[in-house]
Design a protein around this ligand. Structure first.
Ligand code: ADP
Ligand code: MG
Length: 258
């Protein structure tokens, strides 16, 4: 059975889409079959794997808005063992259109339930809001992964997200659990970054992944070449860190470490 993970944090620009793309790559390197679902109208992860959101006919929009959609028809194969349901620009309108419907946050869950899922991992990328699109991700997933930047106020954002998760667990998706929190764009030279990391460990304990993603320009360079960091610079510390994070995610799934 596929493990369905949603990657969320309502703050933008903290490495959600980058992490989805590179974790997907790290998992396919290990022969896992991975599907990415892009719930962000900005299409960050779609672009990273080479799909132009301005130019797609079938997308996550189709999956959310139409009943009984065949997943095969909306997804694209973008690499060995890697497929994506890309975002499209009309996905922004879905938020407004769904607001009028009942079951507005269960649409993705229904779509996934309706299809065979021949994948080991489904990674859902979300927009930087706690709106209907992100809620669809939280309702469809079993596990929540929270990337954070080691900056002051990061903690406040996590609390808001965890409250949303709690509401969804109570009413719509009792299966959902927090898999863990990981730090992105870590600047080892900044003293406050280390302080925030320490605070995260104090507050969230073992929920914080050991792996920390370093800040490095290479992460911004790779998408220009339409590549993941793992393909662009396979031996780079950032690539190694994403492999290590993938390993932790695999392990937490096996031990069911709640
Ligand atoms: N570890 C990192 N080091 C340097 N830049 C990074 C790192 N992770 C992400 N970035 C860059 O930060 C920007 C925002 O990342 P992105 O993944 O799009 O964030 P989000 O999806 O949370 O909005 C992008 O330009 C990306 O290339
Ligand atoms: Mg993004």
């Amino acid at each position: 059975m596929a493990r369905i993970l949603v990657v969320a944090n309502q703050k933008g620009g903290i490495g959600k889409s980058t992490s989805v793309a590179n974790l997907a790559r790290a998992l396919t390197e290990r022969q896992y079959r991975v599907l990415i679902i892009d719930l962000d109208p900005q299409g960050g992860v779609s672009a990273t794997v080479g799909v132009d959101s301005f130019n797609v006919k079938r997308s996550t929009y189709t999956l959310l808005m139409k009943d009984k959609v065949n997943l095969e028809k909306v997804m694209r194969r973008v690499g060995p063992n890697l497929a994506i349901v890309p975002a499209s620009i009309d996905l922004a309108a879905a938020e407004v259109q769904l607001a009028k419907q009942s079951n507005q946050v269960q649409r993705l869950r229904y779509a996934l339930n309706h299809n065979a899922l021949p994948f080991d991992y489904i990674l859902i990328d979300t927009p930087p809001t706690l709106g209907i699109l992100t809620a669809n991700g939280l309702v469809a997933a079993q596990e929540l992964l929270i990337p954070v930047q080691a900056q002051y106020l990061a903690m406040r954002g996590i609390r808001g997200l965890l409250q949303t998760m709690e509401q969804i667990t109570k009413k719509l998706n009792p299966e959902l659990r927090l898999l863990g929190i990981f730090v992105t764009m870590f600047d080892a030279r900044a003293r406050h970054a280390q302080e925030v990391l320490d605070e995260l460990h104090t507050v969230f304990g073992a929920k914080v992944f050991q792996t920390v993603l370093p800040y490095d320009e290479v992460v911004a360079e790779a998408p220009i070449a339409h590549q993941s960091v793992l393909d662009y610079a396979p031996e780079h510390p950032v690539s190694q860190a994403y492999r290590q994070l993938a390993q932790e995610i695999i392990q937490r799934g096996e031990t069911n470490n709640v």
